[in-house]
Design a protein. Structure first.
Length: 246
C-alpha cells in the first residue's frame, strides 16, 4: 500500500523532487554564468564539473520516468490516460522549443529532455512487459546505452535525424537528449520499478520522514516546476540587471 493510502508513491515523488531541485540549482548557475555573474566564467559545455552533473541530472530524471511507468502499469493505466499525460509532456516540449528559440535563436532546443522523454515514453510503453521477462528490459537497456558508442554515422548528424543519437558530433543546441542512449536508462528504470513493486514495494510506497515531504510535493508537480523555474530565474536576473543590481 502507498503511504497514507493516498495512491501516491511518496518516495518516488521525493526522488523526482530531488532531481528537479538539483536541476534548478544547475540552471541557476548556468543563468548566472550567462549574465557573466560568475567569476571566473564557466565552460558549461566542456568542464567535466558541469557536464558530469548534467548527465547525472538527466539520468535521474529519465530513470524516474521509467519507475513511474512501472507504477502506472501496475495501477492498470489505460491508453487514454497515458495519452493525456503524454500530450502534456509533448505540449511542454513545444513550449520549451518556442521559449528557447526566443532566448537562444542560434542554438534553440529542438530535442531536449522533454522531447526525449516524450519519444521514450511511447517506446517504453510499447515494449513494457506486463509479466516477467525483466531480464529482457535490462538487456535491451544495456544495448541502447552501448549502441551510440559502437555505431556512429554522418547520416544521423542532420537535425532531422540526430534525435536518434547515433551522431558523429554533438549538435549546436542548448539541450540535447536523444533517444539513444537515454532510452536504455528509462528501460532500466522500468525494470527496476517492476522488480521493486513485486519484491520490495515499501521502498517506493512507504511513508516519508517529515523532512523529505516537501521534496515529494515538488516531485508531484515536477512538470509544472520544470516549465516555470527558468522563466522565473531568468526573469529575476533580467529584472535585477535592469535595476542596476549587477
Amino acid at each position: 500500500m502507498t503511504a497514507a493510502g493516498s495512491g501516491r508513491h511518496q518516495r518516488l515523488d521525493a526522488l523526482r523532487g530531488a532531481a528537479i531541485v538539483w536541476m534548478a540549482g544547475f540552471h541557476l548557475c548556468f543563468d548566472l554564468n550567462y549574465f557573466r555573474l560568475l567569476t571566473p566564467v564557466q565552460a558549461f559545455t566542456r568542464d567535466p564539473f558541469w557536464t558530469v552533473q548534467r548527465a547525472c541530472i538527466v539520468t535521474l530524471f529519465v530513470f524516474c520516468a521509467g519507475l513511474s511507468q512501472a507504477v502506472a502499469l501496475q495501477a492498470g493505466q489505460g491508453w487514454p490516460r497515458f495519452w493525456k499525460r503524454w500530450a502534456q509532456v509533448a505540449a511542454c516540449a513545444v513550449g520549451v522549443s518556442l521559449g528557447s528559440a526566443w532566448m537562444f535563436p542560434q542554438s534553440f532546443i529542438y530535442f531536449g529532455v522533454l522531447h526525449g522523454v516524450a519519444a521514450m515514453l511511447l517506446l517504453t510503453r510499447l515494449v513494457a512487459p506486463r509479466q516477467g521477462r525483466l531480464w529482457l528490459l535490462v538487456l535491451s537497456g544495456a544495448l541502447c546505452v552501448a549502441l551510440p558508442f559502437a555505431v556512429r554515422h554522418p547520416s544521423f548528424d542532420p537535425p532531422c535525424c540526430n534525435w536518434v543519437g547515433l551522431v558523429t558530433r554533438k549538435p549546436v543546441t542548448e539541450d540535447y537528449v536523444p533517444v539513444l542512449p537515454w532510452l536504455g536508462v528509462m528501460l532500466w528504470g522500468l525494470a527496476a520499478g517492476q522488480w521493486l513493486l513485486r519484491h520490495r514495494p515499501a521502498l517506493l510506497g512507504a511513508a516519508l520522514p517529515g523532512m523529505f515531504r516537501p521534496l515529494a510535493v515538488l516531485g508531484r508537480w515536477s512538470l509544472s516546476f520544470y516549465m516555470l523555474h527558468q522563466p522565473v530565474l531568468l526573469g529575476g536576473l533580467m529584472a535585477g540587471r535592469g535595476l542596476g543590481l549587477w
